[in-house]
Write a protein that binds this ligand. Structure first.
Ligand code: 26W
Length: 813
């Protein structure tokens, strides 16, 4: 596109004049953003077409990653990085007096996801493209992404996230590729020559219109770009439906109602994370994605002119949690009703095509749809689910004739509910967990019966994160320091980050690493100061917990510990403590009362601590509102300490833990999710582990034996902070505001073992403080964390999915 900085400046300036008709000194940051992103999109468009041509010619197997969430964040900086243009453009703009950082701030985050699961999907797309795989995303183009969070009087308030308001420069509407999705109607059965045929009449049709987003792989020294596609579907009314309604005597209001109900399908993302809610509209979204996605996948397949017998050799369909499970009965329907296959052959093809990832074992998150709802919304699909269930249960009864309980537990449809995880396991060839511990729990406990039935289907794929966004883009100085020291091969082989181990005690390297951390802390501090008008002590330890707010993630434990530190400082003003800044970022599901109370508690404590002259030089608390991908990119490089403190066994993997480790933060954590695998590499010297193990937690759940009140009564530190929740004075304004939090600990017997783990948590914090006092040692540990983080690049994860589940190969490599 441009060979060097001067050429870039020329082309950019020409664009400004020809497209805006303004001189450069009159353009706004928004103008610059628009011009720049359009230049890149146009250029990428040509390369995109080239990749697509190549994929058609090569007839390589393609993988489609179906997900109701893609939490991609901003694209300008990342696309520049992956296209190899970041430095040229940054310096070129600088010459023109423009800061690229400020221009990037103009872009709205594409926040089409809730948290871990959606961000993982986005990291996977980046790795698929960067490694040269033919792997595409398939999702929904929500008009409103995850709500925008405002904090008003310490409380969370949700505002709509109107991210498309100024347009999304990276997408291309492909009206020519729209497909029809059908809901409702009646199934008609017809018999001909002893065969049954099914068709549905009186259905309601909607258009699914795709918007394609290029997923630009990291170019590095490759001669060509590799650009995959993220296809996001938007629902639009079918005019003929409206006409039909009018012709059959319907009125104008019916027509408007139809329009409105169609548009609502892709209107907003459900803000629930780990809590299933059986809403009809959510089910509609799921089928909308599955039906539209499958039609476009099969349309591409049809161009190969192959029999559907070969579908599993050419196509892999991956479902991100159970949310797109309907793709299984939908593929069965197409194969049988439209392609003429019998049941057994269709089932074989379906199972060999689909694979499934489980992201949680929380029972409240497992999807169970009322059978009646599916029957009404997709009657033919329901018939197929019912038949899958009948055959599955029959097979189980033959296998376990003396164990009817087992059969009942494993049934797909039971008690008029469809258990989506059971359907996903029965109808796929691979089921994976997202960290070793999580997969073990699936195999040994939650899905034990299924594991015994299909041991070869279960496997582990420990999560990863893209080091391109989370290290190279978020922390460019650290990235340069690494490359200056060990060369740049680590960029395409992230496990080679271990090369920096030899510098872990090198004074010059340590000094540079410390300066970079300090600079990142100042950067975050100025963001906080600008936004909240509060001064941040950048000499303090930045202790960070950023993730969705959930009881099992235990932000509550963190803030209880802060309250304890405050009490300690108040009673011993001379207490020598390394200054600490506790930073929180978290959105709570709008209906999750305890989570919202926790946010209020954090803000209440922040208000007291930050304004108390006795402690404010030593202890500070900030709750940064609207935690999002772009905010994460500011916070994570600035963190000294990473809080990964979920109740053991509850966090399937965690991925924030990996991002913080890669940026040199030291973890205080439980033996949960991927923390366990981090610990295997880092050991006690480089990580601060505390608390119950997963086995201990699960034993308590199974056999009882835990009494929170005993701990409350025996540990005065704990009694004091717990009482402060309901005693007006130090923190609470009244006795009822934090009453539910209080009661969850004592009356609810502390389901997440916060009081049980409090002591070892506090002790680990003492160790952290001691460790921080020795800066050389601290830096050595920090460098160890960075060095060992290569394993957690999603390039490693995707390589494993590709070879072990999808059986795909990089194109032309
Ligand atoms: C239907 C309601 C609902 C919505 C989202 C139920 C469950 C979910 C997700 C499965 C929740 C989720 O994001 N899980 C997280 O997935 C990450 C990526 O694998 C893991 O790192 C986190 O540990 C896990 O909580």
């Amino acid at each position: 596109m441009f060979k060097n900085k001067e050429e870039f400046k020329q082309i950019f300036q020409n664009n400004v004049v020809s497209k805006l008709g303004k001189p450069l000194d009159e353009v706004s940051n928004e103008d610059v953003y628009t011009i720049l992103s359009r230049m890149l999109r146009e250029f990428a468009g040509r390369e995109w077409a080239a990749t697509n041509r190549e994929l058609r010619q090569d007839q390589e197997k393609q993988v489609y990653y179906l997900s109701l969430e893609f939490l991609i964040g901003r694209l300008l900086g990342n696309n520049l990085l992956n296209m190899g243009m970041l430095k040229t453009v940054k310096e070129g703009l600088e010459d023109l007096g423009i800061s690229l950082g400020e221009i990037e701030e103009e872009e709205a985050d594409a926040g089409l996801g809730n948290g871990g699961l959606g961000r993982l999907a986005a990291c996977f797309l980046d790795s698929l493209a960067s490694l040269g795989y033919a792997g595409h995303g398939c999702g929904i183009r929500y008009q409103y992404g995850l709500f925008e969070q405002k904090i008003v009087d310490g409380n969370q308030v949700e505002l709509p996230d109107d991210w498309l308001q100024k347009g999304f420069e990276w997408e291309v509407r492909r009206a020519d590729r729209k497909v029809e999705v059908r809901f409702g109607g009646q199934v008609e059965t017809r018999e001909e020559d002893g065969e049954l045929y099914f068709s549905t009449r009186d259905y309601e049709a909607v258009w699914a219109v795709p918007y394609d987003v290029p997923v630009i792989g990291y170019k590095g020294s490759n001669p060509d770009y590799h650009i995959n596609t993220l296809r996001l579907w938007s629902a639009e009314p079918v005019r003929e439906m409206a006409n039909r309604n009018m012709a059959s005597g319907g009125n104008y209001y019916n027509y408007l109602n139809y329009n409105r109900s169609v548009e609502s399908i892709s209107e907003f993302l459900y803000p629930d994370d780990s809590h299933y809610e059986g809403r009809l509209l959510r089910l509609k979204q799921q089928y909308f994605l599955c039906s539209a996605g499958l039609q476009s996948i099969l349309r591409t397949y049809d161009k190969l002119n192959l029999s559907y017998d070969h579908l599993p050799d050419q196509i892999a369909i991956h479902i991100n949690d159970t949310h797109p499970t309907l793709v299984i009965p939908e593929l069965m329907r197409i194969l049988m009703d439209e392609k003429g296959y019998g049941w057994d052959a269709a089932w074989d093809i379906t199972c060999r095509t689909v694979s499934y990832t489980n992201h949680t074992i929380l029972s409240e998150a497992l999807e169970r749809w009322p059978a009646q709802m599916i029957r009404e919304l997709m009657p033919r699909v329901y018939m197929i689910i019912d038949e899958i269930n009948t055959r599955f249960c029959k097979m189980l009864m033959d296998k376990y004739p003396d164990d009817p309980d087992r059969v009942a537990h494993m049934a797909i449809v039971y008690d008029d509910q469809v258990k989506m995880a059971h359907l996903a396991i029965a109808g796929s060839h691979s089921i994976n967990g997202v960290a070793a511990l999580h997969t073990d729990i699936l195999k040994e406990r939650e899905m034990r019966n299924f594991y015994e039935l299909y041991p070869q289907r279960f496997n582990n794929k420990t999560n990863g994160i893209t080091h391109r966004r989370w290290l190279m883009h978020a922390n460019p100085e650290l990235c340069d320091l690494i490359s200056d020291s060990i060369g740049s091969r680590w960029i395409t082989h992230p496990q080679e980050l271990v090369g920096i181990l030899k510098y872990s005690e090198d004074a010059a390297f340590q000094e540079k690493a410390a300066a970079i951390k300090q600079h990142n802390k100042q950067h975050l501090a100025s963001y906080i100061e600008q936004k909240y008008g509060t001064v941040v002590n950048t000499e303090s330890i930045f202790d960070v917990q950023v993730k969705r707010l959930h009881a099992y993630k235990r932000q509550f434990l963190n803030i209880l510990h802060v309250m304890y530190l405050y009490n300690q400082l108040k009673s011993m003003p001379s207490h020598d403590m390394v200054p600490r800044t506790f930073i929180f970022g978290a959105k709570a599901a709008p209906g999750y009362y305890l989570a919202k109370s926790t946010i209020k508690l954090i803000n209440t404590v922040a208000n007291v601590v930050n304004n108390d002259p006795d402690v404010k030089d030593k202890l500070n608390v900030f709750f940064l509102e609207n935690y999002s991908v772009s905010l994460a990119e500011k916070i994570i490089p600035a963190a000294d300490v990473s809080e990964q403190i979920s109740t053991a066994s509850k966090e399937a993997s965690g991925t924030g833990n990996m991002k913080l480790m890669m940026n040199g933060a030291l973890t205080i954590g439980t033996m949960d999710g991927a923390n366990v695998e981090m610990y295997e590499m880092l050991g006690d010297a480089n990580m601060f582990m505390f608390g119950l193990t997963a086995d201990q937690v699960m034993n308590y759940y199974q056999h009882g034996g835990y009494n929170a009140r005993d701990i409350y009564n025996s540990d005065p530190r704990i009694k004091e902070v717990v009482d402060q929740l309901v005693t007006p004075g130090a923190f609470a304004q009244n006795s009822y505001e934090f009453d539910s939090l209080y009661r969850s600990l004592l009356d609810g017997n502390d389901e997440y073992f916060m009081l049980k783990d409090f002591d070892s948590y506090a002790e680990s914090h003492v160790q952290i403080e001691a460790a921080y006092r020795n800066q050389k040692d601290w830096l050595k540990r920090s460098i160890h964390n960075i060095a060992h983080s290569g394993k957690f690049s999603s390039d490693r994860t995707i390589g494993q999915y590709a070879s072990e589940i999808w059986k795909i190969h990089p194109v032309n490599k």
